[in-house]
Design a protein around this ligand. Sequence first.
Ligand code: ZN
Ligand code: ZN
Length: 302
Amino acid sequence: MRALTWQGREKVSVEDVPDPRIEQPTDAVVRVTSTAICGSDLHLYGVLGMFLDAGDVLGHEAMGVVEEVGSEAGNLRVGDRVVIPFNIACGHCWMCERGLQTQCETTQVRSQDKGAALFGYTKLYGQVPGGQAQYLRVPQAQYGPVVVPDDGSPDERYLYLSDVLPTAWQAVEYADVPPGGTVVVLGLGPIGQMSARIALHRGASRVVGVDLVPERRAMAERHGVETLDPSAVDDLAAAVRDLTSGRGADSVIDAVGMEAHGSPLAEATQKVVGVLPDAIAAPLTERAASRASTAAPRTPCR
Ligand SMILES: [Zn+2]
Ligand SMILES: [Zn+2]
C-alpha cells in the first residue's frame, strides 16, 4: 500500500510499505477513507525526530471501512464505517474501567514511562503505524473504533471524533466555565474552533476567540463567537476586560500549538534542539514535551 512516511527532519514522503494484516486476535484492518492532519504532526515533522525511524507511517486521525477483523474483535464487523480514536485502549484494564483510557495499562508504553499507545506517534507511544495510509491495522479493535452511520454523509461529518472533538471537549471540561460565564479561547485552529463552539453548546454565555488570522476569526464569528485580533490591541488582557465590564474572563483555554507562528522563543528553542545529536536532544525535548503535556494531559492534539 501507499503511506505517508517520516524520512528525516522536515522530510516526509509517500512510499510503498507492506500492507497491514491481522497480528493479534483483537486487531482489525481498516481501509482508510479520510484522515486529518494535526498540529501534533508538526511536532514529529520538526521536533521529535529523535524518536522516529525513517519509514515510520504518520497519522493519528483516521476513519474508514473495516476490511478484516480478528477472532476477538468484539462486535466489529467487516463493512462497518468507523472512526478510529487516536489513542489505543483496551476498555477492560484498571485504568480504562475508571475512564482513564489515555493511561490504558494494556497498551501503555512502560519502557518510556508513557501512557497508552498512540497511532503514528513515535517510539515514545509504541511506534504504531499511523493512519495517513491506504490501510490501518487497529489494535484493541473490540473497544476503540467508533461505528458511525453509513448514511451517505461526507466523512467530515464524523472524522473529527478521532481527536479534534474529544480534545476540544476535554479542554472545555477542564476550563470549567461557570453557567453563563465568559471563556477566552486563545488560538482558533481546529481545536480552538471546536472548543469555542463546544463552550457555547455547553452553556457559556460568551466566548471570545483570539487569533491573528482573519479567516479563522471569520469562521468563529459565523458560529456566534466574538473575536479579538491580538495584533490590533495593545493589551489583550485589557481588551478582554473591556468586553466584560472590567471583570475579565471566567476561564481561558490555550489552544495555540507549540509550533504556532508568532511564538519566537518556542521556535528558536526547537531550532536549537533540532540540530543537536539525538542522544542529547532526546532528553531535552522530552522534558519540554512533558511540561507541555502536564498543562494539557490529553496529548497529542494541542
Ligand atoms: Zn485499558
Ligand atoms: Zn491530532
